[in-house]
Ligand binder design. Structure first.
Ligand code: NAI
Ligand code: MG
Length: 429
């Protein structure tokens, strides 16, 4: 927001990862954690959720300071999801059952769900606390211990949650947090033979490096790697609702969402009306100080991301799309970008194929259902999609035909701890 340094944080490296993994290993192999009653593990997660709730304003402020996202988002979007996630998995701790299996012969055969061990968790900067919750809550409920590496852009809020975990009473060594960079601390975690699994969220090229290295120790991996999600609006949709859904689906969090609806397909007959309404809504978006409660859009997370987005905007212009709104830096100071909208976008342009991770909407025109499905699917990603229509048959056939992990019908960005989240193809494992 100001381009000023806000804090200095110790940079963890391989030696710190070594200490953290040793602690997590000890807590898992000989400590109290896996022996603890599952219900008591759940109670600790409930207690952590309560402590986060008690300190919600302070933690939301830290998240905004760290990431630049508007305080009203941190406080009213991110934090409630974080608290809900810990509570949801707390409830699972003692409900993770095995089976008895009637095999031939005089035997008693059963399965037992056992924790995997030490989970190495590498998270990004776009939803720092939520990504920590998505990694911690299920792993801890299951009885794993954790070594979490935060993103170099956003190390602060996780450390405060770490303090609260100590206050809640998690046994020593169960949770470990490393602030540090990817190629050093992150890579050391991936390489370490004492880590049983890597759970990663970030860019697919990073996942490719991680997967290769993890192969050496046959580590399990789970990946959540972003997308180029199609948001398809049919002529029979409630257009005002679709405009608002597309607006939130793309501009939320400065466009820094893995499931951003960044390819907006609009049926020909309503295309111009859609553009008019979208511009009318987005032009009033309030950019500014992230700590002002009325601010709707803050700065991009850092200069690298800012530069990446601006170069995509330039490519969009160079490749012949029409920049119908925005397209410029929004302030002299701070990494603000105007809400941007491109029309006349064709499927092979960079702004239609690559994850921009910024407030840049590409609008694509289509003629009929079959064409919409084919073009929605012509991407190497498959994280999310949405469809807007009043025709229930069309909605359900769309949901089955589009290869994406989540399909929203007449809504966008509806998240719930109880609903799965993940993608096909290069959006993850
Ligand atoms: P990144 O994938 O490099 O970083 C994500 C995490 O991985 C960070 O904690 C980072 O320190 C770690 N990391 C980086 N290199 C590593 C390595 N060699 N070994 C182990 N860990 C490593 O993503 P980055 O550079 O922050 O952003 C680049 C682009 O990635 C964004 O513009 C966006 O398109 C995409 N992205 C997608 C996210 C999602 O939610 N799916 C989140 C963040 C970024
Ligand atoms: Mg990177």
């Amino acid at each position: 927001a100001t381009e000023q340094v806000i804090a200095q944080v110790a940079e963890g490296d391989e030696a710190d990862v070594q200490l953290a993994v040793e602690a997590a290993r000890k807590a898992f192999d000989t400590g109290d954690w896996p022996k603890m009653d599952a219900r008591d593990r759940g109670m600790l997660l409930f207690r952590l959720a309560d402590l986060i709730e008690k300190n919600i304003d302070e933690i939301a402020a830290l998240e905004t300071l760290d990431n630049g996202k508007p305080i009203s988002d941190s406080r009213n979007v991110d934090l409630p999801l974080v608290i809900d996630c810990y509570r949801y998995y707390a409830g699972w701790a003692d409900k993770n059952h095995g089976k008895t299996i009637p095999i031939r012969g005089n035997y008693h055969c059963y399965t037992r769900h056992e924790p995997l061990g030490v989970a190495g968790q590498i998270i990004p900067w776009n939803f720092p606390l939520l990504m920590q919750a998505w990694k911690w809550a299920p792993a801890l409920a299951a009885g794993c211990t954790s070594v979490l590496k935060t993103a170099e852009q956003t190390p602060l809020s996780a450390l405060r949650i770490g303090e609260l975990a100590m206050e809640a009473g998690f046994p020593k060594g169960v949770v470990n947090i490393i602030s540090g960079f990817g190629p050093t601390a992150g890579a050391a975690l991936v390489k370490h033979p004492g880590v049983d699994k890597i759970a990663f969220t970030g860019h697919f090229e990073t996942a490719q490096i991680i997967m290769k290295e993890a192969a050496k120790t046959i580590k399990r991996v789970t990946f959540e790697l972003g997308g180029k999600s199609p948001n398809v609006i049919f002529a029979d949709a409630d257009l005002d609702a679709a405009v608002e859904g597309a607006y939130i689906g793309l501009y939320l969090n400065q466009g820094q969402c893995c499931c951003a609806g960044s390819r907006v397909f609009v049926e020909e007959s309503i295309h111009d009306e859609f553009i008019e309404k979208m511009i009318a809504m987005a032009k009033d978006r309030k950019l500014g100080d992230p700590f002002d409660p009325s601010t709707e859009q803050g700065p991009q997370v850092d200069k690298d991301q800012f530069d990446k987005i601006m170069s995509f905007i330039q490519k969009g212009k160079d490749q012949g799309a029409t920049c119908a709104m925005g397209g410029e830096r929004a302030a002299d100071n701070g990494y603000y970008i105007q809400p941007t909208l491109f029309t006349d976008v064709s499927d092979d342009m960079s702004i239609a194929t690559d994850e921009i991770f910024g407030p840049v909407m590409s609008v694509l025109k289509f003629k009929d259902y079959n064409e919409a499905i084919e073009r929605a699917n012509s991407t190497f990603y498959g994280l999310a999609a949405a469809v807007w229509t009043r025709d229930v048959k069309k909605a359900h056939s769309f949901a089955a035909a589009v290869r994406a992990g989540t399909i929203w019908v007449n809504c966008y960005d509806v998240f719930d701890a109880a609903a799965p989240f993940g993608g096909y193809k290069m959006s993850g494992i």
